[in-house]
Design a binder for this molecule. Structure first.
Ligand SMILES: [Zn+2]
Length: 264
């Protein structure tokens, strides 16, 4: 995974998405070093991808007030964790809808069950063509199981679905915010479900279950390792030191590097 990402420039990807970050320091000396005259006007060095870009700087001020740009390894981490965040939020929202659906229709369970038993076999031929076996397909199985539950425990099931949905949404928000608490919540909550995921695979191996397990295992290892959770690799102190070291290196790098040819 590390090798795969080594050839990938996250900075340029992010600049393509959000635009470059051009900053003009008021220190003339430094300003000269990170800008270059071109026939089209002055080009400034982007604080994120380091390409020289012709245009007006977005802001002007002393070097120490330059915007802190998430770049390099920190940016790669942010993008990967935010992809997981989106997945968690989507799944959490689906679970919330499911809870509402079960709550609204729990009194008409029998009607629903009939509907389910009529339509699932009808959809099976089409699903088979896409390689999906509806009898073992997660959402279908989930609804099927819920419909079999006795009415007394159904309320508990709704509570469990709401809690699960809430947990997914909290993970999503936590991962998106890049806050340490969110990373802990995501690491712990994801680990808690791994035994269930293994149990599911032991029951029946499907590519959806296997890839879900692999993705979740990767998330736990990635987040615990890169964010140094649970005191690993020096813990929070080492993490803060690393961030600080990288930003200091960044400023020194910017000061030492002279103008380089503009990249097209
Ligand atoms: Zn850029």
């Amino acid at each position: 995974m590390r090798k795969l990402f080594a050839y990938f420039d996250w900075n340029i990807l992010n600049c393509g998405w959000r635009g470059h970050v051009l900053y003009a320091p008021t220190e003339t000396d430094l300003a000269k070093r990170i800008s270059i005259e071109t026939p089209n006007g002055v080009a400034w060095r982007c604080l994120r991808c380091e390409a020289y870009v012709v245009g007006k700087p977005h802001s002007v001020g002393p070097a120490q007030d330059a915007p802190l740009v998430v770049r390099g390894r920190a940016l790669r981490d942010a993008l990967i964790l935010r992809a997981y965040a989106v997945e968690r939020v989507v799944r959490g929202a689906l679970m919330a809808f499911l809870a509402v659906g079960v709550y609204l229709f729990k009194d008409s369970r029998h009607a629903l069950n009939d509907l389910f038993e009529t339509y699932v076999p009808l959809l099976q031929p089409a699903a088979s063509k896409m390689g999906v076996d509806l009898d073992t397909f997660g959402p279908v199985r989930l609804v099927d199981r819920i419909l079999q539950i006795n009415p007394d425990t159904l309320n508990w099931v709704i509570v469990m679905i709401v809690l699960y949905s809430f947990l997914l949404l909290v993970q999503g928000v936590g991962l998106w915010s890049m806050k340490r608490w969110g990373e802990y919540v995501a690491a712990i909550a994801t680990s808690v479900f791994i035994p269930f995921e293994i149990h599911e695979i032991v029951e029946k191996v499907t590519w959806i279950r296997v890839s879900a397990l692999i993705l979740n295992l990767l998330l736990v290892f990635y987040i615990v390792w890169t964010k140094r959770l649970f005191g690993l690799r020096g813990g929070v102190q080492a993490f803060v030191d690393e961030m600080h070291r990288e930003s200091v290196m960044e400023i020194e790098h910017a000061a030492i590097a002279g103008p380089k040819p503009a990249e097209s």
